[in-house]
Design a binder for this molecule. Structure first.
Ligand SMILES: Cc1cc2nc3c(=O)[nH]c(=O)nc-3n(C[C@H](O)[C@H](O)[C@H](O)COP(=O)(O)OP(=O)(O)OC[C@H]3O[C@@H](n4cnc5c(N)ncnc54)[C@H](O)[C@@H]3O)c2cc1C
Length: 241
């Protein structure tokens, strides 16, 4: 399958390609499907870090369609990892809904990076939704002793069963916020609660990954209004509403 300009751009960024093979299919919730992949040598080349993501290539009416996805339970020794696909009406999501064991998918590694915040934050503030729930879970797992406040925007009742929503740890304070007005309810709730919880901005760590407009809005608020240093924030839009 030719990939057009997107593939060329990634190649110029030294993207490396791997073929993934589906080895297991599991429904995490009614709207989240987990696929386990044999990694085609990928983890050997990339190593593993929290929030690690890759670009996956999906068929879409004969045209290539590339979207980013986060690795869940990566196992370099077993050359395998999973991906939790939020299910909605999109080509990547539809592919995941129909995938069966033995199906293959191309992956391009562009250079996902993660720097653990130093010094270790007094508290982490994580804002996301189904798409970034795997990355949030990986952050909570990577910094297990750091207290965390999580705002998780939900689109379905079943989202409360996502792993990021049920960490089972007393020092993880998870707020489920139903998606309303294109993310405005989430933004409003964070804007109201965060200033009181933040403490010293230089000791906090604020990580934001929801739809692009909400992410941009909250990142501006955190950096400009709350004066959290750029080095103590991470903001990346995960999908376009
Ligand atoms: C670094 C990174 C890591 C990511 N990791 C994951 C991951 O692990 N799991 C995951 O599910 N997603 C993840 N995403 C988000 C995923 O790439 C997008 O949701 C993507 O748009 C899905 O592609 P699609 O082909 O299904 O839909 P598209 O063709 O992009 O969009 C089709 C329609 O679906 C809507 N849509 C797209 N995404 C969502 C959504 N999440 N919720 C509701 N409606 C949506 C769009 O607004 C549009 O109307 C990640 C994104 C980034 C940037």
């Amino acid at each position: 399958m030719g990939r057009g300009w997107e593939g060329v751009a990634l190649k110029m960024m030294r993207g490396r390609d791997f073929e993934l093979t589906v080895t297991a299919v599991e429904d995490v919730t009614a709207h989240c499907r987990r696929l386990r992949f044999a990694d085609g040598g990928m983890l050997d080349a990339t190593g593993v870090h929290p929030t690690l993501w890759v670009r996956l290539w999906f068929p879409n009416a004969g045209r290539p369609h590339q979207r980013a996805y986060t690795l869940v339970d990566p196992d370099p020794a077993g050359a395998a990892f999973s991906v939790d696909f939020a299910l909605h009406d999109g080509p990547a999501s539809r592919w995941a809904s129909a995938a069966t064991v033995g199906d293959t998918l191309q992956a391009t590694v562009q250079g996902s990076a993660f720097a653990a915040p130093v010094p270790t934050p007094a508290r982490m503030f994580l804002v996301g939704d189904r798409a970034s729930a795997p990355a949030i879970a990986s952050l909570l797992h990577a910094l297990p002793d750091v207290p965390a406040t999580v705002w998780l925007e939900t689109q379905h009742d079943s989202d409360e069963h996502l792993p990021a929503a049920r960490t089972g740890r007393d020092h993880h304070d998870v707020h489920l916020v139903p998606r309303e007005n294109a993310g405005a309810r989430l933004a409003s709730q964070v804007r109201t609660a965060l200033p009181e919880l933040l403490g010293d901005p230089a000791e906090a760590y604020v990580w934001i990954a929801c739809d692009t407009a909400t992410t941009r809005d909250l990142a501006r608020f955190v950096r400009r209004d709350l004066a959290v240093p750029k080095s103590r924030t991470h903001a990346l839009g995960y999908w376009r509403s």
